[in-house]
Design a protein around this ligand. Structure first.
Ligand SMILES: *Cc1c(COP(=O)(O)O)cnc(C)c1O
Length: 450
């Protein structure tokens, strides 16, 4: 029985898959907040290259991956699919557990899958500088890597909570030549506005996005880049699921359930969207479960409505599950899962009942991560561990029922920069946060009125 299912370099996909071509319910249009009418794509040109705007609006099923991008993907792709024999043994389960591991990229997560093409299209259109935000630091690292490879300057606004918790993520960005600033900062109007009312805020992705968008909009040579949520990002991430399908062809197996964590919703859609046609057209009996933190339960407790992508209300309106654009979640250790909204493509499929969602507390997530680390050896990111928790539960359930389910975990990254959170867990000082119902209620009362 194989432990590691690996593909040849030549099997890196040549095209990305765009799920917009296969949605049972078409995507609701992105709206201009000033007019309430569908956005004119030209309005995006001050901050995005045309190559990416075209992909953002595309409903073509397949989009060519430029050879220069595939060439960089070769540095770490195809990523391995592991059969978790040792974890199965520890759980004494008849279930078969697999994980698709993105921690082998230079930045340690799936983020470079989209950072590389984003930097590439900006480079092609002569953009000299990119501003972005980062939650836990993984997107900032991914984009710093990509901009280094294409000779573009990069500034990253990093959510204050992670800036303090994960100093080595900052060092990594610096090593790649990027500038990393704690958000909220006093370098932007949006940052100064938040600091005035909340000088001690731990920040949020919504605030950091406002700062980066403002930076791009106020500098001629600068574009903006987003590491999740947008359609083109999810399309780029499809390399994960396309590889995974080929890897399953090399086994006699096929998934019964795929678990993945969701922050803004990019790694998980990347893994599971290529399976959507199997489920919808070929009627495969496959469950897909999006996993999120109880402290920021966008899909399980949010409202499906139009909202801003950022706190300062600079972005167009997206139809998505949202906790409200000014919701600031508790500073949980899975910093990459602290976003008030989620990708519209993912929300569309959750709303249609095709993808399910579940929420978990951080202590039970770290407990599952520890079982995983002590059996499989890999130290997973706290974000990714949200998908390990229900996979272990499901495997234990199989032990009771005798079912031999095939369970897949989308393991989006490693946790080598999250060691202080692991220490807090092992020291017993990690706090669980109940669902902040009152905060969400206050924030949802401020949704834009259409
Ligand atoms: C950023 C990140 C996430 C969350 O972002 P998504 O866009 O939802 O994928 C999850 N895991 C890791 C390792 C990350 O870096």
């Amino acid at each position: 029985m194989r432990t590691k299912i690996i593909l040849d370099e030549e099997e890196i996909p040549k095209k990305w898959y765009n799920v917009a071509a296969d949605l049972p319910t078409p995507l609701d249009p992105v709206l201009n907040p000033a007019t309430g009418k569908p956005l004119d794509p030209k309005d995006l040109e001050p901050i995005f290259p045309k190559g990416l705007i075209k992909q953002e609006l595309s409903t073509e099923r397949w989009i060519d991956i430029p050879e220069e991008v595939r060439d960089i993907y070769r540095l770490w792709r195809p990523t391995p699919l592991y059969r978790a024999h040792r974890l199965e043994k520890v759980l004494n389960t008849p279930a078969r557990i697999y994980y698709k591991y993105e921690g082998v990229s230079p930045a340690g997560s799936h983020k470079p899958n989209t950072a590389i093409p984003q930097a590439y299209y900006n480079m092609k259109e002569g953009v000299e500088r990119i501003a972005t935000e980062t939650g836990a630091g993984q997107w900032g690292s991914g984009l710093s890597l990509a901009t280094a490879l294409f000779g573009i300057e990069c500034r990253v606004y990093m959510v204050r909570a992670s800036y303090d918790q994960k100093p080595y993520r900052r060092s990594m960005m610096r090593a790649w030549g990027a500038e990393c600033i704690a958000s909220p900062s006093n370098l932007t109007e949006s940052g100064r506005a938040v600091l005035k009312d909340h000088p001690d805020t731990s920040g949020s992705l919504g605030i950091a996005i406002s700062e980066a968008v403002e930076d791009a909009a106020t500098h001629d040579n600068t574009n903006y880049a987003l590491g999740s949520v947008l359609n083109h990002v999810l399309t780029h991430q499809s390399v994960e699921g396309l590889e995974l399908k080929k890897q399953f062809e090399l086994t006699d197996d096929y998934p019964d359930v795929i678990y993945g964590c969701v922050g803004g919703g990019s790694n998980y859609p990347g893994v599971c969207f290529p399976f959507i046609p199997d489920k919808l057209k070929d009627k495969k009996d496959l469950r897909m479960v999006a996993c999120e933190p109880t402290a920021c339960p966008t899909l399980t407790k949010g409202l499906y409505a139009y909202d801003f992508g950022d706190t300062a209300q600079l972005t167009p309106l997206l139809k998505m599950y949202t906790l409200g654009h000014d919701f600031v979640p508790p500073a949980i250790h899975a910093g990459g899962l602290r976003y008030h909204g989620d990708a519209p493509l993912l929300c569309n499929l959750v709303h249609d009942g095709i993808i399910e969602a579940q929420a978990f507390h951080q202590n039970e997530v770290f407990e599952a991560a520890t079982i995983f680390t002590r059996s499989e050896g890999i130290l997973p990111a706290p974000e990714s561990s949200h998908a390990i928790k229900p996979a272990i539960d499901e495997a234990r359930e199989c032990k009771k029922t005798g079912e031999k389910k095939t369970i897949v975990i989308a393991l989006s990254g490693h946790g080598h920069f999250d060691l202080s959170s692991y220490d807090a867990y092992h020291d017993g000082t990690l706090e669980d946060y109940e669902y902040p119902a009152e905060l969400v209620k206050q924030s949802l009362a401020k949704l834009p009125k259409l």
